[in-house]
Design a protein around this ligand. Sequence first.
Ligand SMILES: O=C(O)CCC(=O)C(=O)O
Length: 267
Amino acid sequence: MSLTLSATEINQYQKQGYVVPGYRLDPQILSRTQEALEALIRNNPGVRPEKLVSAHIEGPNKEGVIGSRAFLDLAMHKPIVDLVEQLIGQDIVLWGCHVFCKPAKEGFETPWHQDGHYWPIRPLATCTVWVALEPSTPENGCLRVIPGSQLGQHLYPHLHEDRNDLTLNQRMADGAFNEDEAVDLQLQPGQMSMHDVYMIHGAKANTSGQQRTGVALRYMPASSVFDRSLKPMDGQTGVPVSFATRPLWLLRGRDVSGQNDFITGHA
Ligand SMILES: O=C(O)CCC(=O)C(=O)O
């Protein structure tokens, strides 16, 4: 199976803002991560499974989740970081991991949004790798993207929705894009998609009988700064985060910005 992206795949990411690489996790790491998901849900009975933020931080984190090393291992898995390197360059910072598990029958909708709207990264840049742990289909609320919506690097207005049945409480205001252009990213377990920080994306509620889980791994080029003093959309997203205490890992290369803090948050 290919560990490198083809020129066509790289071109697609640049033009369309997303790509589904040919690479797929090997069965061993897939089943280890699936087992870790079961434990994660068991260990966090008070947290909605769509909101398992910083699941890669082992033990209780500052964001209300008891995480697991297995997700950090996934984020550091060489073939995945190799793919990321081809899209954002050789200086790579891992700054986040969010497990979006939508239980069968009652999985929350993820409203249309742009990630860049609520992340403290300047200049704004991140490649998300979304790893499917179960089949991800239109029936169980697969990720949906608006191809090309990242072009121009524009953040569109978002509206706050005070609801308790959404993965995030920020939804893009009407008129910024045409939902008819949405593409469903259908994935099998172990497959993954990669998307840009400016990409407009969302997912429907899961009303099917099949659980749907994606592990979203967040990587930024080390030329950007994870600015702990920023709190974009503080308290408005419906997901408790603590950017001030979030650990960062320099996975490859050097901190080109010279301003990232790799000490905070590490035990
Ligand atoms: O899995 C989902 O429903 C949403 C994922 C998402 O918004 C993301 O990874 O940025």
